[in-house]
Design a protein around this ligand. Structure first.
Ligand code: NAI
Length: 259
């Protein structure tokens, strides 16, 4: 029999970029990657929040650097990605995670502004980061793109159409990238979180969270950002080299529950 191949389960020394990394799942992902020895570029809107996460990572013995950037700033993305490459000597892992809640009834005034914001932050930015990072991802021996969508990328909650459209778009973009970039050795996969305790959901009272989770989620609770970050880690491992174009729900079983 042929010996079983030993594939690497380490991202030590890899360079990873995480958007929306000052809070929630982005912050947890930045921490988990740094714990595993990756050099992490932390990107978020505000310098002080970015600096705080970089400090936390450094205090835990990891390596990170921060950039304050609004991901709707296309020129800023090109500049920052270039700076990250210069600082760390390349880029291996791109995690497009930044996002915000954009509930807005389709017939309500101001809808088009919300629509534009949702697509700019949660879909166009993903595409722009991929374009800016592509030359470095191609040079990497294990280029990885992870786009964060949502269970709202499979179904829909009433009054949430801008977000739902953006997240469905993220799944489509991921699939298109997977088939286009596979030949370059770059994989693209999508993480679809269910209800997770983060900045986006912190305004929902605990009592309401519990009612929702008990009714809809087989695990009967909201998830923690760390539980999503570890799935993201598993996707970017060198050993996950044949995983490409998939959408992975991390939702406590919510999507498969009928009754
Ligand atoms: P969060 O609010 O804790 O973190 C999101 C981060 O993105 C924040 O730090 C925010 O400042 C940043 N951000 C927002 N707009 C930005 C912009 N224009 N430029 C740069 N950074 C920006 O929320 P969470 O939940 O960790 O969100 C991460 C991703 O997960 C988002 O894409 C969200 O849509 C998605 N998601 C969240 C779910 C949940 O239940 N929390 C469920 C499904 C998907």
């Amino acid at each position: 029999m042929e010996p079983v191949k030993k594939l690497s389960r380490s991202i030590r020394g890899k360079v990873a970029l995480v958007t929306g990394a000052a809070s929630g799942m982005g912050r947890a992902t930045a921490h988990v990657f740094a714990d595993e020895g990756a050099k992490v570029a932390v990107i978020d809107l505000k310098q002080d929040r970015v600096d705080a996460v970089v400090k936390e990572i450094e205090a835990a013995g990891g390596e990170a650097a921060g950039w304050a950037l609004d991901v709707t700033d296309g020129e800023g993305i090109v500049r920052v990605v270039k700076e990250i490459g210069e600082r760390f000597g390349g880029l291996d892992i791109l995690v497009n995670n930044a996002g915000l809640a954009t509930f807005h009834g389709i017939g309500e005034p101001g809808y088009e502004e919300t629509w534009a914001r949702a697509l700019d932050v949660m879909l166009t930015a993903h595409m722009r980061f991929v374009r800016a990072a592509l030359p470095m991802l191609k040079k990497s021996s294990e280029g990885r793109i992870v786009n964060v969508a949502s269970t709202e990328g499979f179904g829909a909650t009433p009054g949430n159409s801008p977000y739902v459209a953006a997240k469905h778009g993220v799944i489509g973009l991921t699939r298109a990238l997977a088939v286009e970039l596979g030949r370059e050795g770059v994989t693209a996969n999508c993480i679809c979180p269910g209800p997770i305790r983060t900045g986006i959901t912190q305004g929902i009272p605990d009592e309401q969270k519990e009612i929702f989770a008990k009714r809809r989620v087989p695990l009967r609770r909201y998830g923690f950002p760390e539980e999503v970050a570890h799935v993201t880690l598993s996707v970017v491992l060198p050993a996950s080299s044949y995983l490409n174009g998939v959408t992975i729900p991390v939702d406590g079983g919510m999507l498969v529950k009928n009754a």
